[in-house]
Design a protein around this ligand. Structure first.
Ligand SMILES: [Zn+2]
Length: 190
């Protein structure tokens, strides 16, 4: 179809409703004042609350291995697999490093911004207030292998963002379902 994957993703998301923009305007309305893309010692979060040392990242469902929406590309499998693993490992490294230096890290999937913005805001508010803060669990797909001779079955390897345990895998039926916007706007036809 002649589109690059990032062009496809930006089409899916729509140009004027980027998750970053949605989150920022919701934070503003909630009275939470932040800095845009301030640098931290390890990476550039989408939103930074510098006084509270809270960093917020919005992770794209495809690029960062969302368990609900990651779909194994049918072409250039090795390239995309390497890319996925590289992104997840960077997420883990940045999170560990920043947390070791006293930051609180909030990482959300882009679909959470569209589907559960109130909960996202509450998580951020709790991180800023710092009482009884515990970071949300975040499973990530790190690898998906087709199971030869098993039809549309595939094996997925997942890791938790902060886990140091070995990878886990589940066997699942391959989903050919594409990302569909669920926040009620046009443009889901891919
Ligand atoms: Zn997702």
């Amino acid at each position: 179809m002649g589109l690059t994957r990032s062009e496809q993703m930006s089409r899916i998301r729509g140009k004027d409703t980027s998750p970053e923009r949605l989150l920022r305007s919701a934070l503003w309305r909630a009275g939470l004042r932040f800095r845009l893309q301030s640098r931290t010692p390890h990476g550039r979060p989408d939103v930074v609350f510098s006084k509270a040392r809270v960093a917020v990242f919005i992770d794209g469902c495809f690029w960062h291995g969302c368990p609900e929406h990651y779909v194994r590309p049918r072409t250039r499998n090795e390239f995309w697999s390497a890319k996925l693993l590289e992104n997840v490992e960077r997420d883990q490294r940045q999170t560990h490093q920043l947390e070791a230096e006293g930051w609180r890290i909030c990482r959300f999937w882009e679909h959470q911004i569209f589907e559960s913005l109130p909960e996202v805001l509450e998580t951020i508010r709790a991180a800023i207030q710092g009482e009884q803060w515990s970071p949300p669990v975040s499973w990530r797909v790190v690898q998906v292998d087709a199971l030869p001779g098993e039809g549309d079955m595939e094996q997925r390897w997942m890791e938790e963002l902060r886990s140091t345990e070995p990878r886990r895998f589940v066997v699942g039926r391959r989903s050919t379902k594409k990302w569909k916007r669920s926040h009620g706007q046009s443009g889901s036809g891919l």
